[in-house]
Design a protein around this ligand. Structure first.
Ligand SMILES: NC(=O)c1ccc[n+]([C@@H]2O[C@H](COP(=O)([O-])OP(=O)(O)OC[C@H]3O[C@@H](n4cnc5c(N)ncnc54)[C@H](O)[C@@H]3O)[C@@H](O)[C@H]2O)c1
Length: 339
């Protein structure tokens, strides 16, 4: 058994085998898109899903909210879900985050599994047990860390995924390369970021994420390395008000944070330029920032990764290496985004 199987993360045939032997009392959560595009493949592999077991939520980040969790709890209640019922989350990061949250809080927690259907979810959101919803206009404000019973990764689900969603998920894979594996980063750089990557690269990306999660499940220390690109990324996502995907925001966040690392003397010029060129090649220019400095301070302060006094970033010290708990001032972020 390899290390990912020990963590109950299965790929392809092993994933199919695991799902065939799941516990009998289950419910399946999907969104309106994965119902259309992914449920047919699921049913081909595992049999028809009766309506009484199917929970469908509206698609999109705007629905990663308490109201949607409430609707899921209501349907679980009406359908007679018990403490030993299993919730299967068939979808992207939104379905996995929200389904995980709804399951982890229903009757003080029922088991759940993720069947991620986007590149973002297969390489990141479904891995590591973070379940959250957005609140008060801020991402992931309410949530918890609860590991799924299993994560079953079937790359065939990616066949129906729109190109821009592959492109978004690709950013998290680049991040895994920048923080932990220079070879992965340099291989991905040469790839077309709009077509599904090879399963070997997806698997490597999952391994990297899990290597941080295993050391620090509660996100108190080394796991914070995975936040590279996300402090500025979440700011850009909030400012864009829904018009910028999480993946693209992280890509631009990585460019800004690599620039801060270079300005602080943590990252050498050649590695900083390589990261910058890669983001430019795959994602183009960072959208112009139109907010006031006060708004920037407010949004960055609301980020969970910061305390009241200072910003706390994870910054690359070379391609393939990262340092957590790097103090960063609001001015440094402001200057970087306006340079
Ligand atoms: N928990 C974590 O550790 C973690 C990590 C990274 C991201 N996230 C969260 O994940 C979310 C982003 O995830 P995402 O990019 O997967 O977004 P998403 O779940 O909104 O999926 C993107 C779009 O693709 C559709 N879709 C999903 N699978 C499809 C398929 N196979 N074919 C066709 N359409 C499909 C969805 O309906 C949606 O419209 C954000 O909320 C982010 O905060 C969480």
């Amino acid at each position: 058994m390899n290390s990912l199987e020990r963590d109950n993360i299965f790929f392809q045939a092993e994933a199919v085998a695991w799902l065939r032997h799941r516990q009998p009392n289950w419910f399946l959560l999907c969104d309106t898109n994965t119902r259309l595009h992914c449920l047919p493949l699921f049913e081909t592999l595992f049999g028809t899903v009766p309506n009484s077991r199917l929970i469908v939520m509206p698609a999109g980040e705007a629905h990663k909210q308490l109201e949607t969790a409430e609707a899921i709890w209501r349907q679980l209640q009406l359908s007679g879900a018990r403490r030993d019922s299993l919730l299967m989350n068939l979808g992207g990061g939104v379905v996995c985050d929200l389904g995980g949250f709804a399951a982890a809080t229903w009757k003080r927690g029922i088991p759940f599994i993720h069947i991620p259907t986007t590149l973002m979810a297969q390489t990141d959101a479904a891995i590591g047990g973070k379940c959250a919803l957005n609140f008060g206009g801020i991402k992931n404000q309410i949530g918890l860390i609860r590991q799924p019973e299993a994560v079953c990764i079937l790359p065939d689900f990616l066949k129906s995924l729109p190109q821009q969603e592959i492109h978004a998920g690709f950013a998290e894979m680049l991040k895994h390369g920048i923080i932990a594996d220079a070879d992965l980063f340099r291989t991905l750089r040469q790839e077309d970021s709009r077509i599904p990557p090879d399963i070997v690269q997806i698997r490597r990306s999952v391994e990297i994420k899990m290597s941080f999660v295993r050391q620090d499940e509660e996100d108190r220390d080394v796991r914070k390395a995975l936040n590279f690109g996300h402090s500025v990324g979440h700011l850009l996502e909030a400012l864009a008000g829904g018009s910028l995907s999480h993946g693209k925001a992280v890509a631009y966040g990585m460019r800004a944070e690599a620039n801060i690392a270079w300005r602080q003397g943590l990252l050498n010029t050649s590695d900083w330029e390589e990261i910058t060129q890669c983001i430019q090649q795959h994602y183009g220019d960072t959208p112009a920032i139109t907010c006031s400095r006060e708004e920037l301070v407010r949004l960055l302060s609301a980020d969970k990764k910061s305390d009241a006094a200072s910003l706390n970033f994870s910054l690359p010290t070379a391609i393939g290496q990262v340092r957590t708990n790097c103090p960063v001032s609001f001015d440094e972020v402001w200057v970087t985004l306006h340079s």
